[in-house]
Design a protein around this ligand. Sequence first.
Ligand code: AMP
Length: 206
Amino acid sequence: MKNIVLLGAPGAGKGTQAALIAKEYNIPHISTGDILRRNIKEQTELGKLAKSYIDKGALVPDEVVIDIVKDRLSESDAQNGYILDGFPRTIAQAEALSKVAKIDIALNIIVPFETIIERLSGRRVCICGETSHVNVLKGNETCPKCGQKMFIRDDDKPETVKNRLDVYEKQTAPLIGFYEKAGVLVDINATSVEDTFEAVKEALNK
Ligand code: AMP
């Protein structure tokens, strides 16, 4: 299977698509955001460091996330394809990644700005990695996957969201050009979860 990178603004649905891809192709879903949130919950040294950045909507330093991803990619389950979700987020991260991995495809999930705001403001997440939305949960706060209580990510608060979108424009959007130049970029115009996943599969099966 392929080594896949998912690009797209916060709230574009990367996590949802990554989970579907991981299941369909039986490859690990590697989300730096999930790894960092787990460390925050477990109050590790890494978690304490990451929290100060995440709560502001800023990026965790490149060296820190690059080390996390290098370690993760060296594990046995990542030797036959993987999906990277939320990494790389800067050109420096993409360059570091290119030294240790061959990325076969970068899927750029494109979503209108208004949709992103709507999604982030109603998003609920679970520590198990599941993501949902108030429109789907309809007042039910338990995770449909594992039954734990879902919560609002601290960094989904309106003031932090604005910062994250600025950071995306300045630091992460340039990766579109980076992967286009590498000849592996595929744009996906996202619609419903199902239709988007159909377009993703079509791109991956080529
Ligand atoms: P995400 O769940 O991918 O939206 O990530 C949540 C937050 O974790 C981001 O706003 C960053 O503060 C941090 N983070 C996740 N991935 C990275 C990365 N590749 N580089 C730097 N910071 C990251």
